[in-house]
Design a protein around this ligand. Structure first.
Ligand code: SAM
Length: 259
């Protein structure tokens, strides 16, 4: 099953928005690649424009492709609010078949996309076709490290889910597979740290509506099994994390992997 972002369009930025400082570093990094030029940047899987719209605000032209109409609509609304809509072209379509000419863009950029696409190497092939030779393809990578409390919370939940007979799928492609695939197409790949920040929530916030928030991720679990699973987990969580103001935090490291 492919995860659809249609229902998530309105919440995506609240949940996954990047801190202002991280965006500043991201924009400065791409401006550095531009060396004074106005770039035409293609972003397959542009979503709400979290990555590309700040680049449009910095003067670059954006070609964004996404299979989700609601995500593109949210992106268009944001582009209008930022008054950059004239520099942003949005295309509803698949990242493995982007309707652009060969060598028609200066930079390709992607983030949080390849694990959603069965033919993920096809996305890289499209970028290799569309981005002019000698220019950059940039993978914006968000690495997370969970703190001790959050790690314990997650492991306990995942173990319970698996004991109920549901198998979590390992992330595919892995980061190493993506790096190797980039290197096969562009031999010089380097990684540049952009920013790092703490993410997380209080125990009370995590407990609140836990079952409802996670339900759509586990469609294979029947409703009655799900209710028991969530109830047992929340009971464990209340015992193990009695302070609702306790924190479940981790660290995000934002990096640009440039090919
Ligand atoms: C997790 S969001 C990330 C959005 C954006 N890249 C960002 O980092 O903010 C993934 C986006 O990829 C889109 N997507 C998934 N599969 C796709 C495909 N085959 N072609 C184009 N877009 C796709 C989804 O609709 C969603 O908007």
């Amino acid at each position: 099953m492919t995860l659809s972002f249609d229902a998530l369009a309105e919440q995506f930025d609240d949940q996954r928005g990047l801190p202002a400082n991280a965006l500043r570093h991201l924009v400065a990094f791409v401006d550095g690649i531009a060396r004074g030029r106005t770039l035409t940047i293609v972003e397959p899987g542009i979503g709400t424009g979290r990555i590309s719209l700040p680049l449009a605000a910095s003067g670059h032209r954006i070609v964004g492709v996404d299979i989700s109409r609601p995500m593109l609509d949210a992106c268009a609304r944001k582009a209008a609010t930022l008054r950059v809509e004239e520099r942003v072209t949005l295309i509803e379509g698949d990242a493995t078949a982007i309707p652009r000419e060969d060598d028609s863009c200066d930079v390709g950029i992607f983030a949080s996309l390849l694990y959603l696409v069965r033919d993920w190497e096809g996305v890289l092939d499209e970028l290799a076709r569309i981005v002019r030779p000698g220019e950059a393809v940039v993978w914006i990578r968000e690495r997370t490290e969970r703190g001790g409390a959050l790690a314990l919370w997650d492991v306990n939940w995942r173990t319970r889910v698996e004991t109920a007979g549901f198998r979590h799928q390992a992330a595919s492609p892995t980061e190493d597979e993506i790096l190797a695939a980039l290197q096969r197409r562009w031999p010089d790949v380097m990684t540049e740290p952009l920013a790092s920040w703490t993410f997380g929530q209080s125990v009370g916030q995590a407990r609140d509506g836990y079952g409802e928030r996670l339900r759509s991720l586990y469609p294979a679990i029947p409703d009655d099994t799900w209710s028991v699973l969530v109830q047992d987990f929340l009971h464990w969580a209340e015992t193990s994390f009695p302070d609702p103001d306790g924190r479940l935090d981790g660290q995000v490291m934002l990096e640009a992997v440039v090919a």
